[in-house]
Design a protein around this ligand. Sequence first.
Ligand SMILES: [Fe+2]
Length: 319
Amino acid sequence: MSDTSTAIQRHHHITLCVGGAQEDYDFHTKVLGLKSVKKTALYDGDVPIYHLYYGNDTGHESTLVTSFPMRQSGRVGRRGTNQTKVLMLSVPDTALDYWRRRLGDCGFDVTETEVFGEKRLRFCHPCGIEYELVGVVNDDRPAHSAGPVPAEVGVHGTHGITVSVRSLDLSADFMTAGWSGRLTQEEGDRARFEVGEGGSGRIVDFVAEPQLDQAGWMYGEGIVHHTAFQVADYDVQSAVKSHLEGIGFTDVSERKDRGYFESIYVRTPGGALFEATVSKPEGFLIDEPYEELGTKFQVPPQFAGQREFLISYLEPLEY
Ligand SMILES: [Fe+2]
């Protein structure tokens, strides 16, 4: 039997519901300098929605930010508590000045701040989702090597997320009993949990905001949709599902094939959606070679044979 107390290793990807596709694409590739590692569509539902993946050269686990551009649907997400609200990305601590200038030159309002002893730059994605570039020492995840941002100051990957909650206690129960986490810092109304070896790419922060309305779960512009975490293999993933169900989180999904990885999903107390995923051995190279990674739209299985329809239906995207 797998040891579920260490099952959750680190982030795999963080998925957002953003506004326009082009706006999101330009923000992640031209401003933040991430690589477009896959262009496909959401694997659920019968109305096509883009699914755009950004990361480092190969789209390695924990470098990935992904988005569902929602403007075409006309739906706007409901922000509130019990929802992931901030996406933190790791940059070299010596690169914060570079990023402050770059973001300012690109027209973003940037605030310098410090949380849990970490210096960071706070700004917003064009659709309003809060981002923080956190200065990290010795993050060995290689940044995208061929983008507009020099690799030596580039984004190494995810650093953490901040989840707004009504109750820190309920989230602590979930993180420690269900999600292999350990409490590593507390500061006022904030608590930090880390999984796996801890550190950048393995952080889940919570902030108590009971005064806010309950956030919505529906796909809609301007909200973080879910955070995925890596587990070692399908046996561990099955053990996580069984363990969560055994301690009371009975709404864990069945395993779903997402093309590049296979995932289970669970609603954490209140409603922030977490995912435990196993990468396929081929990863993002399963449907296109490294030299062409992210260059061609990949049709999701439920729309097989309908490439022309998808291309004509989805917003035009220049890249
Ligand atoms: Fe996901």
